[in-house]
Design a protein. Structure first.
Length: 187
């Protein structure tokens, strides 16, 4: 009986330690040291939350830069990959459709190469970045729609190209939400 009581007490103690105190301590440290990131890197305009630097949003209009396709329709709850394998006919169909939509939307030749991030979904379906090449291919469409010079839009794209993390992790990238918000502020 003594062993059972000790087991129950240890379970309660470790549940309180690891289920209450540890999460509270980590949350407190995160709030003090990385306040913006701990709260989701939310972006506010005019006192209203318009998105997060960390999550993709769907932009479909011709005056916006488009994010990469999402397997979860840009929803956070069912986020994830499509789990379609390389021999999947559905994956091949999706890739061909995405490439065609990108080419048609940006008035590219039918055989023009399309960056892979514009035809394949990300692992989470919520990747907020596109490659600089994908952004550059959209400059003419966005500039024409907004009645801006391509050099102005190109300069803005280049301003938002982020280098690899710590200089060596990943590839250069462009945050679509941040770029589109900057475009909207250029009225």
């Amino acid at each position: 009986m003594k062993l059972i009581i000790q087991s129950i007490l240890l379970t309660i103690v470790f549940t309180v330690l690891t289920g209450v105190f540890y999460p509270l301590a980590i949350t407190g440290i995160a709030q003090v040291t990385f306040h913006d990131k701990a709260n989701g890197s939310l972006i506010e305009r005019d006192g209203k939350v318009v998105g997060s630097e960390l999550l993709a949003q769907q932009f479909t209009g011709p005056k916006y830069f488009w994010p990469r396709p999402s397997a979860g329709s840009y929803a956070t709850v069912p986020s994830g990959a499509s789990n379609l394998g390389p021999t999947s006919g559905a994956l091949q169909s999706n890739v061909l459709n995405n490439a065609k939509l990108f080419r048609d939307g940006n008035q590219l030749a039918a055989d023009a190469p399309v960056p892979s991030d514009m035809v394949f979904t990300s692992g989470s379906g919520l990747d907020p970045h596109i490659s600089p090449e994908a952004a550059r291919l959209q400059i003419a469409r966005v500039a024409a729609e907004r009645k801006l010079g391509t050099d102005q839009v190109s300069a803005l794209v280049e301003k938002f190209v982020e280098p690899p993390q710590w200089g060596f992790l990943g590839e250069p990238r462009v945050n679509v939400l941040m770029l589109n918000l900057a475009l909207d502020q250029r009225k």
